[in-house]
Ligand binder design. Structure first.
Ligand code: MG
Ligand code: MG
Length: 256
């Protein structure tokens, strides 16, 4: 990603619209989460997500994004697939899979971006620990999103939490500012040093997104030019919220 993207501070009125976008996005994710059963295709999940978006007068910023243009409204990434998996009618969920769903919502010109990973039926103890650590890493990062802290404080909190549990953080993909564009500044990596990076200020909205791998921090991209997998085939997980920096506590926008 481009390191020099512009940082746009949001007014309270803009953050209120982004909160609505975040609520719709949370509804999409809750709908898809309920569908995670063996035999369901990843295209079924995408279709259900599109229905919810349409019902709320929203669209996904993912559809048509990048090159080749991303064909769907959500990304569905299973097991060793970390992010950006393309939904398909032939890809069916299986018992024991862990599935990462990432969705964006554009509502009244503003973007919300959020993701979660969950199991299909019974999952292994290792997979369960990976999900717990990755989700908690997100909240460790969010807790540092306070005015006066720096982006490196957030990044370091995520990295330290993940590595203290023996897992790895991705290097090539990062958290990012979000607003009228899906990707704005500042870039917030999942690794870093406390006291470095840009100062956080009220009005910044950042999509924070720990991406965690069991066996390595290295990734590769499949031939479809989108799906990112762990280089060693080990399990991966991804959690994301869009969060506003305020004068006080961080405000998570992508919840119901
Ligand atoms: Mg996302
Ligand atoms: Mg994102």
């Amino acid at each position: 990603m481009d390191w020099a993207r512009q940082i746009n501070l949001k007014t309270p009125a803009e953050i209120a619209i982004m909160r609505e976008a975040g609520r719709i996005n949370a509804l999409v994710l809750a709908t898809v989460r309920e569908m995670l059963q063996p035999g369901v295709s990843t295209a079924d999940l995408d279709a259900a997500a599109e229905d919810v978006l349409k019902k709320h007068g929203a669209v996904s910023p993912f559809k048509g994004y990048g090159y080749p243009p991303f064909p769907n409204s959500i990304t569905v990434s299973i097991n060793e697939e970390l992010v950006h998996g393309i939904p398909s009618a032939s890809r069916k969920l299986k018992e024991g899979d862990i599935v990462s769903i990432d969705c964006g919502t554009v509502f009244e010109g503003y973007v919300a971006d959020s993701a979660f990973t969950a199991g299909v039926g019974e999952i292994s103890p290792k997979a369960r620990k990976l999900l717990e650590v990755t989700e908690q890493a997100l909240y460790e990062g969010i807790a540092r999103m306070r005015s006066g802290n720096r982006t490196g404080d957030v990044s370091a909190a995520i990295q330290q939490y993940v590595e203290s549990h023996g897992f790895h953080v991705v290097r090539e993909y990062t958290g990012h500012g979000v607003g009228r564009q899906m990707h704005e500044g500042p870039q917030v990596p999942n690794y870093g040093k406390p006291g470095t990076g840009l100062p956080l200020r009220p009005g910044m909205v950042i999509a924070l997104e720990p991406m965690v791998l069991v066996g390595t921090h290295k990734t590769k991209v499949l031939k479809d030019k989108w799906t990112v997998v762990s280089a060693d085939g080990s399990l991966t997980a991804h959690f994301e919220h869009s969060v506003a920096v305020t004068e006080g506590d961080p405000l998570i926008l992508t919840v119901l």
